[in-house]
Write a protein that binds this ligand. Structure first.
Ligand code: ARG
Length: 450
């Protein structure tokens, strides 16, 4: 029976299973450096309010630096009772400097400590993620700049629609990533809010100087409400939302490249073969799922939590760490894919069939004065006629065309030219060479602005 199975557990000393369940050091040890930075700043702040003498402060700071070295060099020895990074560091500090170590936590709680660590850690990671994303965009823009000559069919509803430049397609994804880059910079002020000095929940009873702490740790602002400071993880949710959207963009780009690499989309053979890359693209597409999962899962953890710190909040770490690791790796892999993939210009060109010029055919008649709604219909009939004859649109005779509308003339042949079609799209945002060049410049300028 159940009772027998659990007999003796949860009575008396902590059950080993619960000990293991509670333990977060396994993953939160990656915050060791920010935890120590927060403690050093806090020790200095304690001196300013007379809790520590300058000499005590120096000893504590030296001790903390020794602890940090131990982590750095891999010699920190984790003890069974080290519950998390905060207790582990404090335990070790006291081993090194003795009883004095016990003064460091005066007026502080692990509640304001952990919230501070998480924000500091994330701010640091945002810098790395920014670099990774910028690198990806740079490679995409460089490649787009070099390959403006290559044309391929642009698809709508997974059907060939109009001819476009390959660079135009690549840049479309670069612009999505560029807006991700902007959004990432814009969330920084909301992460850069200092919780340290909020205490367990009600505030710091020794009136620690939080402005001093803010400056020491490089935060932009101070949490104005202690309950908010220790209790909310909105900045983590915001990053997870950001990461989910960025991964959506990664995933959609991967899907485009996968689809364009299939024989089905070419003329019998693959138009953009990914020699070594199909797995990387499918993984990029697939990895987005786990990031959305991290976001949805953590939002569920937060929903309905009562105010201030609850142990549920320890569940903020694994989803955040995993999301940071996943987006960082994905940006690097995507950069590698874009830098190294082979683009087969001739195969892409041969995937262009005359039916993608149906719109241009309609536009031809518009230029002869016929309302677009009618020309659209006439063009559709021309496509159907070619289909019934089992020939390409440009293989219909002038007589065939004139049978559909008398405005068709000798100059009709001008329509059946992919390059000319692309070059006609010459207003801002279009796929003409000039407008693609403009996009490259705009993308480069945006990069510098960031
Ligand atoms: N390991 C904990 C966490 O990550 C630290 C905060 C513990 N605070 C507490 N009151 N139990 O959330």
């Amino acid at each position: 029976t159940k009772q027998k199975l659990w007999g003796g557990r949860f009575t008396g000393k902590t059950d080993p299973l619960m000990h293991e369940f509670n333990q977060s050091l396994r993953y939160d040890k990656r915050m060791y450096a920010v935890d120590i930075a927060g403690s050093i700043a806090y020790a200095k702040a304690l001196t300013l309010i007379g809790i520590l003498t300058k000499d005590e402060e120096n000893k504590i700071v030296e001790g903390l630096k020794t602890v940090e070295k131990e982590w750095e060099t891999g010699v920190f020895s984790i003890q069974p009772d080290d519950e998390d990074i905060h207790t582990a560091n404090e335990r070790r500090l006291s081993e090194i400097i003795g009883k004095l170590g016990g003064k460091l936590h005066t007026g502080r709680s692990r509640n304001d400590q952990v919230a501070t660590d998480m924000r500091l850690w994330l701010l640091d990671e945002v810098k790395h993620v920014t670099e990774g994303l910028s690198g990806l965009i740079r490679v995409m823009v460089e490649r787009a700049d070099k390959e403006k000559d290559i044309l391929l069919p642009g698809y709508t509803h997974l059907q060939r629609g109009q001819p476009i430049r390959w660079s135009h397609l690549l840049l479309s994804h670069a612009f999505s990533f560029h807006s991700d880059l902007q959004r990432l910079q814009q969330l920084i002020p909301r992460v850069s809010v200092l919780p340290l000095g909020c205490g367990a929940l009600a505030g710091n009873p020794f009136v620690v100087d939080r402005e001093f702490l803010r400056k020491e740790l490089g935060f932009q602002s101070v949490a104005e409400n202690s309950l908010y400071g220790v209790g909310d993880r909105d900045f983590i949710v915001e990053f997870l939302m950001w990461a989910s959207l960025a991964m959506t963009h990664i995933s959609r780009m991967a899907e485009d490249l996968i689809v364009y690499s299939t024989a089905e989309f070419g003329t019998g053979s693959s138009i953009m073969p990914q020699k070594k890359n199909p797995d990387s693209l499918e993984l990029l597409r697939g990895k987005s799922g786990r990031v959305f999962g991290n976001m949805a899962g953590f939002l569920m953890t937060l929903k309905g939590l009562p105010s201030t710190y609850n142990k549920d909040l320890q569940e903020d770490k694994e989803p955040l760490f995993d999301a940071v690791d996943t987006v960082s790796a994905s940006f690097k892999i995507a950069e590698g894919v874009i830098a190294t993939m082979e683009v087969h210009a001739e195969k892409m060109r041969s995937a262009l069939t005359m039916d993608v010029l149906a719109t241009d055919l309609a536009d031809y008649l518009v230029r002869k004065g016929i309302p677009f709604r009618e020309t659209h219909h006439i063009s559709g009939r021309a496509v159907a006629l070619a289909e019934s004859r089992k020939c390409q649109l440009n293989e219909l005779t002038l007589q065939d065309f004139q049978g559909l509308n008398e405005k068709f003339a000798e100059d009709i042949h001008q329509v059946f030219d992919f390059e000319a079609s692309v070059e006609r799209r010459e207003s801002i945002g279009g796929t003409s060479r000039k407008m693609v060049e403009r996009q490259v410049l705009a993308a480069l300028r945006a990069q510098q602005g960031n």
